[in-house]
Structures are given as C-alpha cells and as structure tokens.
Design a protein around this ligand. Structure first.
Ligand code: MD3
Ligand code: FE
Length: 220
C-alpha cells in the first residue's frame, strides 16, 4: 500500500494531525476534533440545555441569522448597546454554563499544536448556522489581549470560510471547513477580517441540518 493510501484510511491522531498553514499565524488542523466528537456533542447538549441558543440583535438593530450561546466564565453578547463579554446570560441572568472539559482540552491541544502553548480560554462562543445563516466580514476585537489566539472548531454541515486582510477592502480567500476541522488564528492573523458564507442545506449524520462552530477565546 502506498503511503498516500494509508493516510487516507488511517485518520491522524490529535497529536499528529497535519498542520496546514493558511497564512502567518493561521493554521488549519483537518479533522483534529474527530477523536473527541462524541464528548463534544455531549458537552454541546449540556450547554444548550442550560443556556439556549438565541439570535442576538446587533447595535444597528439587525437580528443576526446565526443563533448563539456561550459557556465558560465569559460570554460574547450583542444588543442595542453594543458588543461585549458578560459573565451572565442576559436571557436568564445566570452565569454561563461551565466550559465542558472536553471543549477546553481540545482548544488547548489545538493551540499548542499550532504553536501557542499555554492558551487558557475563558470564553467559548457557540454559533449555530441553519441553512442560509452567515456571518458578514468582521474583525474580532472585543478581547482584551490580541496576543492570545482564537481556536475555532467546526461541527456538522460544511461551510465556506472567508479569510480577509487587516483592511476590510482586501478580497477574502475562501476556505472550505468540514466537520471536525479546527482552525487556530493568532499572531499576525489575529486581526484579519473574516466571515462565513451562507450555509447550504444538507443532512449531517450527527448534527442534522445545521453547522455548529465553537470559538474559544481569551477575553479578559
Ligand atoms: C480569522 N465565528 O464568532 S471563528 C465569530 O465559523 C466567528 O462561526 C466563525 O468568526 C464561525 O466571530 C469561526 C473564526 C475566526 C475567529 C477569529 C479570527 C477567524 C479569524 C481572527 C482573525 C482571523
Ligand atoms: Fe469572528
């Protein structure tokens, strides 16, 4: 059997997943989350049972197409007053659910694999995309320390990720992301614009008709 064929039938273990550089500071780890998928789905169920997914309103008054919730010490929220991190779910006034151990372990391992040892995420934003949902090009700049990377885990239906530049005017590259793919964005990539194209309908064996993205950040 050729080495190529062997690689296609033996999925890499987390520690040895192929790291595909996208740009300086940005690395794709294809399938890195697959060995943890059952634990991730279990954690996801527990999080959304305590803090339901909801579509938030932007400061400009638009309802986002992506439904969101959070786990960890801080959660990203948007309303007419602005975008910010908050220690409580504004829907229930309760603290966000704790970050499931499987989530934190995966995020820390992925960051280390991409060259960011010691990543200590305090926020995990859960984004759920139903068919047609999208994220327009934006920067993530509500965090205190841009020195920490962001780790993004894709689950369920595939999506096309848009990876732009420091300037919003720079034409973005299109990067397909599938169930189990993990991307680590740090260093010089940290403030690049990015977004997600409208998700196409489909049927994923584990997640059905949606895409879920877990985004791990050091917010405070
Ligand atoms: C590239 N979510 O919630 S994070 C978001 O698929 C968001 O739901 C994406 O963008 C999603 O803000 C995945 C991907 C990401 C995050 C930060 C970045 C990409 C980045 C910072 C710089 C460059
Ligand atoms: Fe973002």
């Amino acid at each position: 059997m050729t080495p190529d064929l062997f690689e296609s039938v033996a999925p890499p273990l987390p520690g040895e997943a192929a790291a595909e550089p996208l740009a300086e500071g940005a690395v794709v780890l294809r399938g890195f989350a697959l060995p943890a998928e059952a634990a991730l789905l279990d954690g996801l169920q527990r999080v959304v049972a305590q803090a339901p997914l909801r579509r938030m309103v932007t400061p400009g008054g638009f309802t986002m197409s992506v439904a969101m919730t959070n786990c960890g010490a801080l959660g990203w929220v948007s309303d007419r007053r602005g975008y910010r991190y908050a220690p409580r779910d504004p829907g229930s006034a309760l603290p966000w659910p704790a970050m499931p151990q499987a989530f934190a372990r995966l995020a820390v391992a992925a960051a280390a694999r991409a060259g960011f040892p010691g990543f200590a995420p305090d926020a995990c934003l859960v984004n759920r995309y139903e068919p047609g949902a999208r994220l327009t090009l934006h920067q993530d700049r509500n965090e205190r320390d841009f020195g920490a990377p962001i780790v993004s885990v894709s689950l369920g239906l595939p999506a096309v990720f848009l990876f732009g530049g420091r300037e919003r005017s720079e034409r973005p590259r299109r990067i397909p992301l599938a169930h189990g793919d993990v991307v680590v964005w740090g260093g010089p990539a940290r403030l690049r614009h990015h977004g997600v194209m409208p998700v196409k309908s489909g049927d994923h064996p584990l997640l059905g008709g949606c895409r879920v993205n877990l985004t791990f950040r050091r917010a405070a």
